[in-house]
Design a protein around this ligand. Structure first.
Ligand SMILES: NC(=O)c1ccc[n+]([C@@H]2O[C@H](COP(=O)([O-])OP(=O)(O)OC[C@H]3O[C@@H](n4cnc5c(N)ncnc54)[C@H](OP(=O)(O)O)[C@@H]3O)[C@@H](O)[C@H]2O)c1
Length: 238
């Protein structure tokens, strides 16, 4: 099995790559910095290989897809993990901030899926996992749920992840309708509040715990769910 994890040079992406490699997959360590990707791939062993990839740069996505096509001719698992968070109070969140976050967390995912769709189509069991956030849940947010961290500065981030959830459902519905794409299982995963650079390591869960649901959705059986939103306890409300 060939798996690509975007943003795999650190944090949850690196741990997801490690767990997938542990299952015997060939893991392509997506990183926008070639050297950092190469050192993570080297640490993961012979089953891993670095791929330079910036999800906001269509030329880099094309080059990465060409590289995978040339080396393997297909892709079995795509984990859209790359993401950013820009924390700012709602009243101070301007269009530029929103655009920056949406560019990586939403448009970057759509462009990555588009770039790798022809390769996923050549897989016997294609899987896409979009790494979302519990803070994307409209239901839980409207109910005033405490997700940990600073709720007052999450407007851009949570809005982007809610859009990512809709993207997931839209793709799932489109794939179901198309006989050439209906084998693809695509789901949104939330790892919980995980200690990584993104939150200054204030998260309460480990990357090992957080990556578990991502790996589970990346290795779903053929009759597994598609178009869902899950954490490691089960379904998360939209
Ligand atoms: N940590 C949490 O509590 C938590 C909770 C829910 C969801 N998530 C999600 O989990 C995913 C991973 O986050 P993390 O916590 O592991 O954060 P992280 O340690 O900051 O890692 C983010 C990764 O995304 C990469 N990235 C950022 N912009 C990119 C771009 N334009 N192209 C390619 N890669 C890019 C980063 O690369 P560079 O090193 O080059 O910047 C890095 O590898 C994100 O989608 C995040 O939203 C995290």
């Amino acid at each position: 099995m060939i798996a690509l994890v975007t943003g795999a040079n650190k944090g949850l992406g690196r741990e997801t790559a490690r767990q997938l490699a542990g299952l015997g997959m060939t893991v392509l360590v997506g990183s926008r910095d070639q050297d950092r990707g190469a050192s993570v791939a080297a640490a993961l062993g012979s089953g891993a290989r670095p791929v330079r990839l910036d999800v906001t740069d269509s030329a880099s996505l094309r080059a990465a897809a060409d590289e995978v096509a040339w080396a393997y001719g297909r892709l079995d698992v795509l984990v859209n993990n790359a993401g950013i968070s820009v924390m700012a109070p709602a009243g101070e969140t301007d269009g530029a901030t929103l655009r920056q976050v949406l560019d990586v967390n939403v448009i970057g995912v759509a462009d990555t899926i588009r770039a790798f769709l022809p390769l996923l189509q050549r897989s016997a069991a294609p899987r896409i996992v979009n790494v979302s956030s519990t803070t994307a849940s409209l239901t839980l947010t409207a109910a005033g749920t405490d997700f940990g961290g600073d709720a007052a500065t999450r407007l851009a981030y949570s809005t982007s992840k809610a859009a990512l959830n809709m993207l997931t459902v839209q793709y799932a519905n489109a794939f179901r309708r198309d006989p050439g794409l209906s084998r693809i299982r695509i789901n949104a995963a939330t790892p919980g509040y995980v200690a990584t650079d993104m939150n200054g390591h204030r998260g309460t869960r480990t990357v090992e715990e957080g990556a578990r649901i991502i790996v589970q959705l990346a290795t779903l059986p053929a009759d597994g769910p598609t178009g869902g939103f899950f954490n490691d306890q089960g379904t998360v409300p939209w």
